[in-house]
Design a protein around this ligand. Structure first.
Ligand code: HEM
Length: 353
């Protein structure tokens, strides 16, 4: 959640197979915890050198080391149905997201029981990690959908936040992950919110957002900059000269993305702020339409999506120029990410104990 964004992501959402029990779910999460520990240290997920057996680890990232690999596991609302006796433990904050204006969601690319976000600085490392987690978990879960994404390296020659496919720096105005007070207020679930198994965890919102690349590329620079309320090259807000200059909303167009996303009304909008950790995606070219299939894999973390993501997205869908003119949300997910695990523990142990 707080690791400086790696260059690549693959997000996989799994459904638990039919007729699996709560004990099976625990076995899966124990198996995955051990496999993730291996992957994050760059060692094979299991014995792979016996010539008479299929290698447990598929081996394609054997020479790459961990490459800053992180794996973040979250539970979708469907896990809390009647299959595993978890209904009473469903957090109120894991409420289904409303349908937003202009949403065009594909259910087969949305939702799922358990989401696994894999990030690393090499593409083959993220591909390998998800493929091997699916493999070692195949008696219990099946992949429902997956989403790849990429960012420019953190250390680009010019510095500054990485650019998205519209050419703008993205991630500038994020909560400071080293500021404990802000992280406690906006990202981590406190004991007062509950439930107990989520304390210290967070909620992940995923949105696949297709961007109208062709329309954007033919829009005048002035319109592009008005759309965000920031200058394209520097990333500075209107009225400023540097990327991290303070935003003065009175200088931004009323329908600009930055102003609508964060109207800077004081404590109210501060409490809404989310930790965005998105990636670009490129699904190739739709020859029949002569259009790119590309956009933003929006991923954000927060303490309570009901008063953070939902509130922001409702405003964006109503008045944001970017959302109204250039973007369509095509897939969605909301997952409860329990706190991380320490030695001897397994993912989700508090939920399933
Ligand atoms: C449609 C695809 C989107 C693109 C291309 C995009 C791009 C950007 C860019 C370039 C910025 C300004 C730089 C920055 O502060 O990072 C920004 C800011 C922001 N965006 Fe988006 N965004 C998109 C969708 C969303 C969605 C779906 C949400 C949440 C519902 C969102 C929430 C925010 C927030 C909270 C800010 C920071 C505002 C501030 O505090 O100044 N964005 N976005």
């Amino acid at each position: 959640v707080t690791t400086a964004p790696q260059q690549y992501v693959v997000l996989g959402s799994f459904n638990v197979l039919p007729a699996r029990s709560r004990a099976d779910l625990i076995s899966l999460l124990k198996t995955w915890t051990a496999a993730i520990a291996a992957l994050t240290t760059g060692v094979p997920v299991g014995p792979s050198e016996e010539r008479e057996n299929a290698p447990v680890d598929t081996g394609e990232s054997a020479d790459q080391g961990p490459s800053r690999l992180t794996v973040t596991v979250g539970f979708g609302a469907s896990l809390f149905d009647d299959r595993f006796g978890l209904a009473m433990l469903r957090p109120p904050a894991l409420a289904d997201l409303p349908v937003f204006r202009r949403d065009s969601l594909d259910p087969t690319k949305s939702g799922g029981d358990i989401a696994v976000q894999v990030c690393a600085d090499r593409q083959i490392v993220v591909e390998h990690a998800l493929r091997n987690l699916a493999r070692v978990g195949r008696d219990f879960v099946a992949l429902r959908w997956r989403r790849n994404g990429f960012n420019e390296p953190l250390s680009s020659p010019a510095g500054g936040s990485p650019r998205n496919l519209f050419g703008f720096r993205d991630g500038t105005s994020n909560p400071d992950t080293s500021d404990d007070a802000v992280m406690q207020r906006n990202v981590w679930v406190p004991a007062s919110d509950g439930p107990a198994w989520m304390v210290g965890g967070t909620y992940q919102v995923y949105r696949e957002v297709h961007l109208d690349i062709e329309r954007w590329d033919d829009s005048p620079l002035g319109d592009q900059e008005d759309t965000f309320g920031r200058y394209k090259l520097s990333g500075a807000p209107y009225g400023g000269t540097k990327e991290h200059d303070v935003v003065d909303v009175s200088k931004l167009p009323a329908t600009s993305h930055v102003r609508v996303a964060n109207p800077r009304t004081g404590p109210e909008s501060e409490a809404e702020r989310i930790l965005r950790r998105g990636y670009n995606f490129d699904d190739g070219f739709d020859a029949s339409m002569s259009r790119y299939r590309a956009g933003l894999a929006f991923i954000a973390y927060q303490r309570d999506p009901r008063r953070q993501f939902v509130t922001i997205q409702q405003r964006l869908a109503a008045t944001d120029e970017l959302t109204r003119t250039y973007a369509v949300h095509t897939a969605s997910g909301l997952f409860a990410v329990p706190p991380g695990v320490s030695q001897g523990d397994h993912i989700g142990s508090l939920l399933l104990q």
